[in-house]
Each structure stands twice: as structure tokens, then as C-alpha cells.
Design a protein around this ligand. Structure first.
Ligand SMILES: [Zn+2]
Length: 257
């Protein structure tokens, strides 16, 4: 199925790839690293959001444990750096040591190799779409653990099926309402900006260009995967179809063409 040319999917946390040359940075056994990847990866989200679509998408090529592309590069600007999870993580989800000490130079090297090319790509796609269609809608696709992990700021155990993340400048209220209603009609519980808030916007356009619209969709992992071993649930395909059906419906009814 073709999705509107105005849409760019951004999938930052789906990869569980740790390049061999990076492995020695992590001070975990293979088993511990595998467990950390199960906890921290938004596993299968590329498939979950886009498998049935012909669409424009930008997906991070490496695990967020290598570099998290959905963080600010400077720790001073990034609130998650307080728990060792800025762009380059130093701590695990349960706040143990993840990495050995990284020098400023090594950190810069990591950003240069994985962070900046990703954002360059996202910005390039966004500009291409704006040139052709005048407007763009970024759909920032994530998933979250059904139980709050130790590092997470929001400890409320009452987590919804779907969390919609918004930005006051870049998310039209009509889109927020349409997604909330469509997910509810499909039988899901939905919260706005809880447990996660915000949505990605390339810095160049941030708070400047209202033609760059963005909305985050976060899915509760218990609905599609076994959170202990990382395997898909048998109903994964039907579930992905349902999620993609909601997205299509919202795009159609909001005339995102
Ligand atoms: Zn995520």
C-alpha cells in the first residue's frame, strides 16, 4: 500500500545491531548485553509501523546502546544524561555501568559515524518532501516496556496501550485528536504524552517551520512481543495490520495526501 507522499516515518530504536568493533566498549557479558538489548530496543518497530507500506522512512542503523539518535548531542541539554542515557549511554536500564570511560574524542567519533549521518538523512528527506508537497508529516515510531524500567522518569505502572507524543508547535491538535480517536475506536487505551512526551523535529526546522508536522506513536510492547525473550507474539502480523490501518485511516480523514 502506498502511503501519502507527505509522510516520513522515523524509526530510531528498532535496530539491535552492535557493530563488532564497538563490542569492547560495553562492560557486560554477552548474556547481560542480550538482556539489555531486549529491554531497551523498540524491537520490530520498523516492521510494525511500515511493513505493509510503500513509504519514505529513516531508520537508525545501529542500536541505541551504540548511539541514541533521539537525544540531544550535548549532555547539558539532554535531561536523560542525568541517568547516564544521553546520546552515548554510560549506564544500563537498571543503572549499572554499561560502558568504560569514553573520551571526548571517542564520543565525537561515535556521533560522527552514527548520529550526524542519521539526522542528515532525516533532514534531507524532510526537505525533499516539503519541496514536492509543501508540507511534511513525520511519524516517529517507538515502543515501550509494559513495566516502567528503573531509568525511566515516569514510574506510573498504569501504562496505556498507545502513547501519542506531541509538540506544541509541530503537532496540529487535529492530528492528535484524530490519532487518539482512531486508536480508541480500534480498541486500544490511549494517553497523550504519557509515559513519553514529545516527537522528533529536525533542529533546522524546530519551532520555525509550521509546515514540518510531527507526531510520535509509542506502542506498549506487551501487545506484540514477549518482553522476556524478545520474540514476536503469534498475533504480531494481525497487530501490525491494525496499527497500520489506524495510520492510514487518520491520513485519509485528515487529507494528508
Ligand atoms: Zn524509542
Amino acid at each position: 500500500m502506498k502511503v501519502s507522499k507527505q509522510v516520513v516515518f522515523h524509526i530510531p530504536h528498532s535496530s539491535h545491531s552492535i557493530p563488532k568493533k564497538m563490542r569492547s566498549q560495553f562492560l557486560l557479558t554477552d548474556e547481560e548485553l542480550e538482556n539489555e538489548l531486549i529491554k531497551m530496543t523498540d524491537r520490530y518497530t520498523e516492521e510494525l509501523f511500515t511493513s505493509g507500506f510503500t513509504c519514505t522512512k529513516v531508520c537508525a542503523k545501529v542500536s541505541r546502546l551504540v548511539v541514541d539518535v533521539e537525544r540531544f548531542t550535548e549532555d547539558a541539554e539532554e535531561p536523560m544524561s542525568k541517568v547516564g542515557m544521553g546520546a552515548v549511554y554510560t549506564k544500563t536500564s537498571d543503572q549499572r555501568v554499561l560502558r568504560g570511560i569514553i573520551s571526548a574524542r571517542e564520543r565525537q567519533k561515535l556521533l560522527k559515524e552514527y548520529f550526524f549521518p542519521h539526522h542528515h538523512q532525516l533532514n534531507k528527506k524532510v526537505i525533499q518532501v516539503i519541496r514536492k508537497s509543501n508540507k511534511v508529516l513525520i511519524i516517529d515510531g517507538h515502543s515501550f516496556s509494559s513495566i516502567p524500567l528503573l531509568y525511566e522518569p515516569n514510574k506510573n505502572v498504569n501504562r496505556p496501550d498507545i502513547c501519542i507524543g506531541t509538540d506544541s508547535f509541530h503537532t496540529p491538535v487535529s492530528f492528535t485528536i484524530a490519532f487518539v480517536n482512531a486508536f480508541r475506536e480500534a480498541g486500544f487505551s490511549v494517553k497523550i504524552n504519557e509515559p513519553y512526551s514529545g516527537t522528533i523535529v529536525p533542529l533546522e526546522h524546530y519551532q520555525k517551520n509550521p509546515h514540518v508536522r510531527s507526531i510520535m506513536i509509542e506502542v506498549n510492547r506487551k501487545l506484540y512481543m514477549n518482553e522476556n525473550n524478545g520474540e514476536k507474539l503469534p498475533e504480531f502480523d494481525a497487530f501490525a495490520e491494525k496499527i497500520q490501518g489506524v495510520i492510514l485511516k487518520v491520513l485519509e480523514t485528515n487529507k494528508v495526501e
